[in-house]
Design a protein around this ligand. Sequence first.
Ligand code: ATP
Ligand code: MG
Length: 567
Amino acid sequence: MGNKSELPNQISNNFIQEIIENQINSNESDQKLVTRFPPEPNGYLHIGHAKSISINFELAKIYEGKCHLRFDDTNPTKESPHFIESIKKDIKWLGWDWGSNLFYASDYFQQLFEYATKLTLDGKAYVDESSQEQIRELRGTLNSPGLESKYRNRPISENISLLNRMKNGDFEEGAMVLRAKIDMKSGNINLRDPVLYRIIKTPHFKTGTQWKIYPTYDFAHGQSDSIEKITHSICTMEFEDHRPLYNWLIENINIHHPQQIEFARLNLSYTVLSKRKLSELVENKHVQGWDDPRMPTISGLRKRGYTAESIKNFCNKIGVAKRQNTVEIQLLEHCVREDLNKNCKRIMGVINPLKVVITNYPENKSEKLEAINNPEQPEMGSRQIEFSREIYIDSDDFMENPPKKYFRLSPGKEVRLRYGYIIKCTNVIRDKISNKIIQIECEYDPQTKGGYAPDGRKIKGTIHWVSSANSFTTQVNLFHNLFTVEKPDEHDSITEVLNPNSIEVFSEAKIENHLLQAKPDEKFQFERLGYFCVDQINPNNNLPIFNRTVTLRDSWNKIQKSNKSSS
Ligand code: ATP
Ligand code: MG
């Protein structure tokens, strides 16, 4: 192993790093560390992949090794160059760089075929003409051994001839497969003569129609790692039971042996992280695409307003272990809040506006008030906001018949306008037909500029507002969990537990003019409402449309406290 460049405190709770440290300390190997991230290009990357990316690239960085990006493109029916591009983009956005180490399993198709030929010539692989169902039936179960196929003991010469004819496209899909000849009675089902090659006639996006047979994941994966001289093949726990098979293949082909280390995959509450289920959501149009801001994909999180930094911090905080668990979505939200809180300007926006007329404020008057951009970061300065007779507040901040302890606006009561004056509600105006409240009237107290009463009277509530002269109308999107239950994976059909109200669109939101020129991806705190980013510029009116990234309420701290007190 190479020298480590930093103390091992870069990744928290990481047992893989401990293994590597021990290897360095005992001088077990003088090879440079080589890891890899091996996505199948059949979907977009999600937050679980970010965990794996972070482990592999971070270790390579700490130990001055390399991390390869290898596309595991062995199934042409599901893969596409579009997914390749999205995966590259997302890894770069997260801040990682594979440099010149970009590989494709399809680059090894010839080599893999030669390995398969060697196993066949050595009597360690055979062509089986049984149907898929027969193979499944004969495989046995956890409690009963498998049975040998009647094709298992063909002569080697026949196997070789059939394998070559499979390769040449002489047979239809499903007519036969190449299987390893290991042990149908093995306690480990993965060792019961696993399939190595199957016939697939779909053209491959890289190799075209050159190949009519494709290696299975189990045959391609370990051998690709070996070809690339990977030192540590880090993968998720499901592959623990495959490890004996990978070892068998590597030993029988007799090639470089990477060390496989398994860790627990990330599960996130209220979220699914299986590509099959995520593509189901996309294909059945339950979301607007892989990058829908409600999706746990990297591109979805980016569109939602997550920063790469916050995703990295999240990966660091969850650590790396073998034990399966579900991480609370609140931790992810906590991480982005923490990051945005430091860096965002605070402004005022009103999502669901209610018009307020200040009846004792002159009609042709307006005045500038000073608003602080981020009270926690004084160097971010302040800006001027305009106060006038007509302002907007959020509908939620007014109640005609409030319960006790409602400290916002209600008839006859006073409230403080952030950076403004204290106002008192004097009248409620309703639509004559619908009877809905359409406007309220207030009086302001001219003695209270800045929000404080010189007579010392206590005003408990402070609300946000914008003036009609100093705001523009645009669309704001709010998002909620895509699923109504904590563990959607436990339900037979995820569509049953989809949240029908996971998106709320407000098309008449009023936002401080200050953000008229905001650019896509720019991020702000809307006071009291949360963190928002510009989703896109509306082509119809050139105004920014905003997505809420996260609310301001940090329930993660609460969860942590209650975990502590119950343990
Ligand atoms: P799925 O099982 O959702 O279809 P996958 O794991 O097969 O996805 P790949 O493209 O093969 O998807 O994943 C590439 C790598 O990402 C794998 O090596 C796997 O270790 C890692 N990975 C995938 N999902 C997670 C997860 N939830 N947590 C951590 N790592 C993950
Ligand atoms: Mg996979």
